[in-house]
Design a protein. Structure first.
Length: 359
């Protein structure tokens, strides 16, 4: 059975559907082409995903761009190479880019789709947990440059998102947990986006941590749906991050900084976000925005998923310099999303004196 979640962004205006199922992956190709009509297409796929699923996906080699794995591949050179392939196979304005992979593939392929001929159709097929719960939905597409993470990009909504849960079976544990990081992020911000759930995601995750770690697909489907619905609640109100959407960056200011300072090679995005969450909880407690009880409760939740607080050995001055270049910064003030109480967050300026000992 296929679950369908509809996204309706009135300001854009744009509407699209997110399909979630666990049908055989071999049916995906026909499903995408039955639902959509394109003059031509380019599939951008990560190397690892291609190796594992090439038979089931059955994509003509002429229509393929295989991207090497890793965050550092989300760069301007690969952006240009993908554009070149679009030109070589004569994609026109009625053509599509189809991203099959994790957030790296989705972000770079989406930016090509947003900019080639001023924008052509874009289809997301997320294959990591992180991409299912976060990056494939909401229309942020980007590449990294030496000046920062996701510093060149666009808001460009996909035409459709196809989530097939079977992909999650082949994710290694590190990548799986990276996806859990973004799920935990939602637990901290859930009430701030006035979620429609009668139970709190924070407690829900805490109670079901072992089921989630065991990758129970039925349960994962539920979690993915919850996260997507939370994200949609936010982006339908604020597609371009002029206000509310900033809460989705909880844990990301410090997280992006760690990714940048290690040249995108040491941490997965999710790992960096987890350190960002630990940092901002410590900061909020030190700044007396939250009390010690909530800090303890938060650490308990993170520990249940095997995440530990740890201090890194980077120069605080270097970290602060990178943070000042964050897209949320204004007039050199570092803006952060801090927890206030369970499920609630707010934006504030980072107090450097309070933050310094924690960096
Ligand atoms: P990723 O795209 O680097 O994928 C992780 C690894 O898993 C890669 O090696 C990939 O080949 C492999 N992989 C993918 N699917 C697989 C599968 N089914 N089986 C086995 N291996 C598989 O990492 P990610 O965590 O998916 O995405 C991180 C990126 O997403 C970052 O660049 C981050 O900035 C971005 N992001 C974007 C948004 C957004 O809104 N656009 C939101 C969150 C994160
Ligand atoms: N992942 C943050 C956002 O989509 O806004």
């Amino acid at each position: 059975m296929t679950e369908i979640i509809d996204v309706n962004i009135e300001q854009a205006p744009t509407k699209y559907s997110i399909y979630i199922d666990s049908n055989p992956i071999s049916e995906l190709h026909d499903k995408i082409f039955a639902d959509n009509c394109f003059s031509n297409f380019l599939v951008v796929i990560s190397k690892k995903v291609y190796k594992i699923y090439q038979k089931e996906l059955n994509i003509n080699k002429d229509n393929l761009f295989i991207l090497n794995d890793g965050e550092s591949e989300k760069n301007i050179e690969n952006y240009q190479k993908i554009l070149k392939r679009c030109e070589e196979i004569n994609l026109d304005r009625k053509s599509a880019i189809i991203a099959i992979g994790g957030g790296v593939v989705g972000d770079i392929a989406g930016f090509v789709a947003a900019s080639y001929m001023r924008g052509i159709a874009f289809i997301q097929v997320p294959t990591t947990l992180l991409a299912c719960v976060d990056s494939s939905v909401g229309g942020k597409v980007a590449i990294n440059t030496k000046y920062g993470k996701n510093i060149v990009g666009a808001f460009y909504q996909p035409k459709a998102v196809y989530i097939n849960l079977n992909f999650l079976n082949t994710l290694d544990n590190r990548q799986y947990k990276s996806g859990i990081a973004e799920i935990i992020k939602y637990a901290f911000i859930e009430k701030s986006c006035k979620a429609m759930f009668d139970y709190g995601l924070f407690d829900f995750l805490s109670v079901h941590s072992s089921t989630i770690l065991d990758r129970n697909l039925k349960f994962l489907e539920k979690i993915i749906r919850i996260c997507i619905e939370l994200k949609i609640t936010v982006i339908q109100k604020d597609e371009k991050e002029s206000g509310l959407r900033k809460i989705l960056n909880f844990g990301h200011t410090y997280g992006h900084t760690l990714e940048n300072i290690t040249k995108y090679k040491k941490f997965t995005h999710g790992e960096a976000v987890i350190f960002g969450i630990f940092f901002i909880i410590n900061y909020a407690c030190k700044a007396k925005i939250i009390d010690a009880n909530y800090k303890e409760l938060s650490f308990e939740l993170l520990n249940k998923f095997g995440f530990e607080n740890c201090k890194h050995k980077f120069s605080p001055q270097d970290l602060l310099q990178i943070m000042r270049k964050d897209k949320k910064s204004e007039n050199a003030n570092i803006k952060v999303i801090v927890p206030t109480f369970k499920g609630h967050v707010k934006e504030c300026d980072l107090n450097i004196q309070t933050a310094l000992p924690l960096l």
